[in-house]
Design a protein around this ligand. Sequence first.
Ligand SMILES: *Cc1c(COP(=O)(O)O)cnc(C)c1O
Length: 390
Amino acid sequence: MKGRKLLMIPGPIEFEPEVLQALGMSTTSHVAPDFIEVFGNSLELMRKVWKSPKGQAFIVSGTGTLAMDMAAANLIEQGDRVLVISTGYFGKRFKDILDRYGANTTILEAPLGEVVPLEAIEKELKTGSFKALTITHVDTSTGILVDPKPIAKLAQKYNTLSILDGVCSVAGEEINQDEWGLDVVLTGSQKAIGVPPGLALLMASEKAMEVWKKRKTPVCNYYADWNNWLPIMTAYEERRPSYFGTPAVNLIVALETSLKIICKEGMDKRVKRHQLLAKAFRAGITALDLEILPKTKQIAANTLTAVYYPKGIDGAALLSKIASSDVIVAGGLLSEIKTSYFRIGHMGSVSSNDLLAVLGAIERALLELGQNIVSGNSLQAFQNELLRSN
Ligand SMILES: *Cc1c(COP(=O)(O)O)cnc(C)c1O
């Protein structure tokens, strides 16, 4: 018994050994030539992962929420209208952040398990000048995937900035920032990017940077202000030393390592792997007579799956049984239904072996709790789906 645990929550995830090794190196100066090279490389590699050759990349210490805060603080001024398209908990968080900066927000909330129809978005945009709209690519509370492409197109039609919360999607779901015309795509290090928690990562379009430069009022957040960070990003990219706030040296070394692993696999292949494994995993879940939260497969995320507990099963007991198999999954997050579902993360380094272990643990736990299912069915469904797709 090695006492290994499999961490299958929607962030932090299982990290590649090379990434963890990079984290453990001797800390260097943030202006050492080697580190300047690592920082500069990381900014360049981000553009490949985001598919944003023209984007302005930011790497700042903080969590994904700081990246959301940074987008709002820099792009929004008092009274600006912002349309929030929400598919769960993190949509509402974006509204809270925007409201704090004095935005005049309108929130379009999708019914549980669904997405907001494009027509409803266009109807709102038609009513007047929205400075920006926000989209949660994958809402981690519901496992719902939103297609950002047509929404970004609508945003362009109505001269509105599009801001994508990609915390649970960047480096896992398909993103093509420049081609789709997304103005901001942001994430945190601990999700599909595959680096321990602590980095806020953001890519801004040329248009977003123009809008920021033309602000009439100062940014109401000292730490998040791009006036402080843009010269730092420019300096690292030009391989010059600079300082505003001490960067998280070890985390950035780990980030470069992970971005290299991601680019070596290639984003297209990586997205395919996520799609394939997610599809097979859903087949396994369905074979256990379990129901997933998204109402259709087309809007089910490829980075995590949200699953309802079966009738008559105590959720806490199920999670504790799964944990006793050394598989860690997450409980519910959306307050209205928090105790009626659980979530499994499958992003980043995830493999078919991991998901077989998860299905095995869930299946065994259900059988132990007296659920009337056939042992092995979910594993068979998973295998068949993978074989079919190969
Ligand atoms: C995790 C997550 C966040 C928040 O990120 P933190 O790093 O926890 O601050 C925001 N949005 C989405 C979609 C997320 O999955």
